[in-house]
Ligand binder design. Structure first.
Ligand SMILES: [Zn+2]
Ligand SMILES: [Zn+2]
Length: 744
């Protein structure tokens, strides 16, 4: 009987495509294998087999697969189960998930990286070898040196990398070969992960303090009842130690653990801590890894000896796992868990909970500043809640001062972006050899360049935004599409040279600061200074070693960094956070400010935080000063209920994009009308999003707010039907429509 396969193509297609299977592949082809298939007149794609069956498709002539690429499945049924949920819930195609989830290079022959190791031949113990060196090698000084180096660097029975040994002994490879030929050394190849770089030996987990132990016990009790538990632990409470004990317990049960972080590059300290306890049982999965490294870890997870622990960013959710028992989502409030563009626009925290439940595993969400949604779920019984509110070694919370910069500007007590109280505190800290962190949420030099003469402002050619000045590069750049032009010398409109820089980017802050404190050693951490994998680490390392006095940065400085010597933290302009046009602006501001403030005064004495704002009376301020999450949360919750926002309502943003504005406007109006017929008053818009044109495409947005108890799948079905109907009109068929479910 003829065999057919339904395949997932790496394209935004709504359904599977069916192909016939040549006889030579029968008995080999299986779900989760990749195949090359023809599509259209001349294209070929690497597709993934989702079904194998004997039902010939009706109504068209079926094509045949060109090649079977895998002998065994490279995607497990458990992975496909997650893909299906993401596709259904977040309204994207399986092809888009396939493209995002599976590393590109995962095809053809795979050669793991190996290393040559040296050990003593079985005939020799260390003592025999020492005698040997003395007696028989006295006329071969370089061989003797190599053997002695080996004995120094290893303990009884240990092995060492051949390369390292030769380097340490300062001899040539030939000398090593001579010892191998004499039967003293044995050389052999071992497969090494590119990711394994463990140094030092493995240590048992630290003993927990009383508060940590209590939290651990409560988490275990909670897991007996609930699948998800929220651990609300203040900064410096030692959450990581609690995680380590939970991981140890899971490993003892023979389970795999997925430990998710919003951004690994920024949490080197956590990685190092875990490596000390779990050594090579941990695999990292990183946004800055090369495709080859991704392939390697993917293959390892499919093998018989997978990593027991995966430490990774949101995409680590897509790795093959066979025996998942626990997922830890650290910093669960972070919005980088949400993929914005391109599809799949999924929230990795929420998808992790689904993945865990598919395995019958548990999920722990951890944070110092819970998201309103998670805290709501934890206090209404959907999740368990465990609090860890005692700071480790009774480190004091910093003292937070709200600085009214509008008032100080009137009284001429501002120097550029720095208020006098902040400047004084920085002076004192520098004099006392303490460190300073400054937070400014804008990169570049000046967010706005303006001609003083005629008011001309440079704008992006492709997007509806002004360009940001990057002074040291001498360029103006669009932060949406990357469009870059040289900074103009004269105004193209009036030909005068009379520009003014408006606003402060991190680059300008750095410049001004260097003028203010010429002696200080200053570093900047933002997207522009951290393009390479090692640049983050260098900036963090230098600061940790005390080689930098002042660290300026965007929200990168808020994340997961523990520095002992920071006395002053300055938040230069809280208004950019507070004025952000989104119902979550206050939540974000509270989280970010608490996290940044938490960097101050961690070991010696109480740190000082200066919060500069033009809105000192904003309702959020008292909660920030008191570090009162609960009051803040209760206040947010009543607002959310009043204005129909999550957690009481779910949001779906419908985006429409097109090159031609009239077509787009007509189509958006029609979509809005149709949606209202189905969803009534729950529909808002179409409206212009804050940036209404990006990369030549005009954008409109329709907001759908639905009650929490309505089925998301039914809503999605209705939206899909509407979309099909609208796009079937030839006038609109080139309009791109896509959805952002549970947007952040
Ligand atoms: Zn001008
Ligand atoms: Zn642009």
């Amino acid at each position: 009987m003829q065999l057919f396969v339904d395949v997932i193509l790496p394209l935004p297609l709504a359904s599977y495509y069916t192909y016939s299977v040549p006889q030579e592949y029968e008995g080999y082809i299986a779900i989760g294998c990749r195949v090359t298939v023809p599509l259209g007149k001349s294209k070929h794609y690497t597709a993934l087999v989702a079904r194998v069956h004997n039902e010939p498709p009706q109504g068209y002539e079926v094509k045949t697969i060109t090649e079977l690429l895998d002998e065994t499945a490279i995607v497990l049924p458990s992975q496909m189960r997650l893909w299906e949920w993401i596709s259904k819930y977040y309204m994207c195609s399986l092809g888009e998930i396939y493209k995002a989830a599976v590393p590109q290079g995962l095809k053809g022959e795979f050669k793991p990286k190996t290393e040559q190791r040296i050990k003593l031949s079985k005939r020799y113990s260390d003592t025999i070898a020492i005698n040997l060196a003395e007696q028989f090698l006295s006329r071969a000084p370089r061989q003797k040196r190599l053997l002695n180096t080996f004995l120094q660097l290893t303990k009884e029975g240990e092995e060492i990398s051949r390369h390292k040994l030769i380097e340490a002994a300062g001899v040539t490879a030939n000398i090593c070969k001579e010892l191998v030929d004499k039967g003293i050394f044995e050389v052999y190849e071992v497969e090494i992960g590119r990711l394994d770089r463990t140094k030092g030996s493995i240590q048992p987990p630290n003993a927990l303090n009383e508060a940590q132990q209590k939290a651990l016990d409560e988490i275990n009790e909670s897991f007996a009842q609930k699948n998800v538990t929220l651990l609300h632990g203040v900064t410096s409470a030692g959450k990581t130690e609690v995680y380590i004990h939970l991981i140890t317990q899971a490993l003892e049960r023979g389970e795999q653990v997925l430990y998710m972080l919003p951004e690994i590059a920024l949490t080197k300290q956590i990685v190092e801590r875990l490596r000390k306890v779990f050594g090579n049982r941990i695999g990292l999965y990183h946004s800055k890894f090369s495709d080859a490294e991704r392939v390697e870890i993917w293959k390892k997870q499919l093998s018989d000896s997978p990593y027991d622990i995966i430490l990774g960013v949101r995409s680590s959710l897509f790795l093959p796992l066979k025996n998942l028992g626990l997922i830890i989502v650290d910093e669960e409030h972070e919005n980088s868990y949400k993929q914005q563009d391109p599809a799949p626009r999924y929230n990795a925290r929420n998808a992790a909970i689904v993945l865990a439940s598919q395995f019958g595993a548990k999920t722990l969400l951890g944070t110092a500043t819970p998201s309103v949604e998670s805290y709501y779920n934890a206090t209404t019984g959907k999740y368990g809640l465990v609090s860890l509110l005692t700071r480790y070694r009774s480190i004091q919370l910093p003292e937070i001062s709200i600085i009214d910069i509008k008032d100080l500007a009137h009284r001429k007590q501002m120097t550029g972006a720095f208020s006098d109280p902040l400047t004084d505190a920085m002076k004192e800290a520098l004099a006392n050899k303490k460190q300073i962190i400054l937070f400014q949420n804008r990169r570049g030099y000046a967010p706005l360049l303006e001609c003083r003469n005629c008011g001309w402002v440079p704008r992006c050619k492709h997007c509806d935004v002004s360009l940001t000045l990057h002074k040291s590069a001498g360029k103006l750049t669009c932060h949406y599409c990357g469009y870059t032009i040289p900074a103009p010398k004269i105004c193209p409109n009036c030909e005068e040279n009379n520009f003014v820089n408006l606003g402060y980017g991190t680059e300008k802050i750095e410049d001004d600061l260097q003028n203010l404190f010429p002696e200080a050693r200053i570093a900047r951490m933002d997207l522009d200074t951290t393009r390479t994998r090692t640049s983050y680490e260098k900036i963090i390392n230098d600061f940790q070693q005390g080689e930098t006095d002042i660290l300026i940065g965007t929200q990168m400085v808020s994340k997961g960094l523990d520095f002992d010597n920071v006395e002053v933290v300055g938040i230069l302009n809280a208004d950019t956070l507070l004025n952000y046009p989104d119902f979550r602006a206050n939540e974000r501001a509270f989280q970010l400010i608490s996290q940044v403030a938490g960097r101050a005064g961690r070991k010696y004495g109480r740190g000082k935080v200066f919060l500069q704002t033009k809105q000192p009376d904003a309702p959020i301020m008292p909660h920030i000063i008191d570090n009162s999450f609960l009051n803040f949360y209760n206040n947010q919750l009543s607002e959310r209920m009043l204005f129909h926002y999550p957690p009481f309502y779910r949001l779906v943003y419908v985006y429409l994009k097109h090159r031609e504005i009239h077509t787009l406007e007509e189509c958006s109006e029609l979509m809005g009308v149709r949606m209202r017929e189905t969803f009534g008053h729950r529909v808002l818009g179409p409206d212009l999003p804050p940036v209404a044109r990006v990369q030549q495409l005009f954008i409109r947005k329709i907001v759908l707010k639905v009650e929490n108890n309505l089925s998301q799948y039914k809503i999605n079905d209705a939206l899909n039907k509407l979309q099909q109907e609208i796009l079937s009109n030839s006038r609109y068929k080139s309009v791109a429509i896509y959805y952002d479910v549970d947007p952040l």
